[in-house]
Ligand binder design. Sequence first.
Ligand SMILES: [Zn+2]
Length: 743
Amino acid sequence: MRIVEIRQEAELQDLRGQWERLLVQSASQTIFLTWEWMTAWWSAYGKVGALRILAAFDGDRLVGIAPLRAESLRRYGQTVPALLFIGDGSNDSDYLDFIIAAGCEDQVMRAFLDHIASSLHGGTVLQLNEIPESSPNLLALKSLGDTADMIAVETDVPCGTVRLPASWDDYLGMLRPRFRTKVRSVLRNLENRPEIRFGFCEDESQVRRLLPTMFDLHAKRWAQEGKPGVFGWDQKRRFYFEVSPLLLDRKALKFSWLEWNGRILACQYGFTYGDTYFQLQEGYEPASEHWNVGVGLRAWTIREFLRAGMREYDFLGGVGRHKSDWGAQTKQSKRFLFAAPTPKNILFCRGPEWETRARESAKKLVPDVVLDARAKKVEERRLAAVSQSDQPNGKEWLRSTIANCYLHLQLPALVHPVRDRYQLAVKPNGLLPKLSFSKRLTPSARILYFHRVNNDNDRFFPSISTELFEQEMKFVSRHYTVVSLAAMLDHLSGNSPEPVLAITFDDGYKDNYEQAFPILQRYGLPATIFLTTGGLDSGEPLWFEQLALAIKKTTKEFIDLEIELPQRYWMRTEEERLTSNDAIFGRLRSLPDSDRRLWMKEILRQLAVVETGERKNKMLSWDEVRTMKSKGIDFGGHTVTHPFLSRQPKEQVAWEVSECKRRIEQEIQQPVSFFAYPNGREEDFGSWNKEVIAAAGYRAAVTTIWGVNYASTDPMELRRGGPWEPSVARFAYKLDWYQLVND
Ligand SMILES: [Zn+2]
């Protein structure tokens, strides 16, 4: 018996044919021991110079391979040189082993162990992970453990595997009744939907397309539990890209997918060797959990495997409910550690065992009462940590305190003249930022925007309270130069470097007249209200108010919608309703406008709320508009129906912007020169719409994009900021700060 040590990648490349022939003759046939798997693994995770493969030759005939590599392992502060299997250490490979021609196991194993003996005596640790309990090579390993001068630690690792019967019906018969019913109904439901397709990747281009989807779905799923998942690791992604085409070549790759309207909702990555399927990774869309797409795809795949005559579905390492439900039985893999008994090695190898034992015996010594009390403490602390997150935290408190001091020490009055004439530049500079003042040279302007002003305190229809609004207006009237939008534009094209402020309202709610208008009058503040004329004309709530109202009122516990993705929206609590409201609004935001209208009908139908007129006449009347007009309030256009302009065809945008202008001008008998984009983010209005708005005769348009306006700012894309703070102190402090640094 001749042992050759292989340390060069090139030599590994040359071994391909012989390796494969030997593997087939051996008792250790798994995909993880194929030349393809090993080389792909090595190319993704391997370290230069660490290859330590042993090849055993009987004459010229290759009779054994020990697929080993060298690495330093660290535990309990001890770093030890180690020999371990190629494939071990990345959680991709199970069932690793020596590859030995059947019948030669004892002899070849002995030769391998003899070869390694000198390094073991020199202090190297031999760590052999995930050897199947059925391996004929275990005998020789155990005898190594019996050697007097060797530490040997053996541990079991449970794996789950399903022995498949002959037919799908027989298979279903193996499952517990409840789970059987679930599998049947999930699969039936999915297969009854014509927009759903199942399949396996057939070629490399499909695999290349599907792998990133699997990485994404896998990450999304783990993100829900606040964990990163395994595919954040570059090497791991590289490994999958390397190994997949090789497995595909040998027709071993079984990468299945479930697709809905062309979109992948679930995929499962595995491969076959002989008549066993190995399930390695999977991903499914968490939003579509209510369809049980993961269960559906597994059921479909198993049925396909049964048709192809497969005998085993192996879930690989780890056991749990998600495997036993499918009929998985536990089998064991073995982990071995061998090392010469140096003090370092003793701690390294025995440490985990001692730690467990110490913990167990401590438990024996401590009375149960104390243990129970401790468990309770831990639970209390956990609960406290959870509930604390609802309370303002330390930082929040500090912010409020600073803001309160700022306002109550009358600092705004001190800052005001400085702020108007100078601006502060803050540059990152190591730990402390570098501050520098410079004189303001060009005019600038800030625009605030509000929506509802009332004391309803209804989270489905958020508003600023009348009291806070009053305090904020009082503050700006004292410390800022507040001008109308028209005056602001004139100011920007002038020479005075003094900053000015303008106040605006969107949508045209009645409370603007009832609550805000008297306050504006009291402090002599000009303002512009942007009207959604359809709402004023009909007295009906705007579409997003209809949505919020129906979600608030519905008696349904959930609705299932297939906007962009099949998803269940829960409505069992107020929190869930608010979350669902935001989520549905977000989905509608990305749809073509005509689809959005169709979906709105469908959503309202599903929510099945009887119209009570609750939000009727919440918009301004034209008389109120005229009254305010006569007292110095300006009005601007905000479309007729409040659509997302970027999702509409150009002709419709043109109608929305010019029709609302026409209506307002007709009612107030004065030209309307300002427009506010509904929702106002860049992606909501689409910059290509600017020309349409200019063509309709508007002088300027405001967005909800944050920032300061200058002479150089595009008048069709003016910046605005919302009332963002819970108290006037914080509002004042922040507004002054942003003003000072021109943010
Ligand atoms: Zn609006």
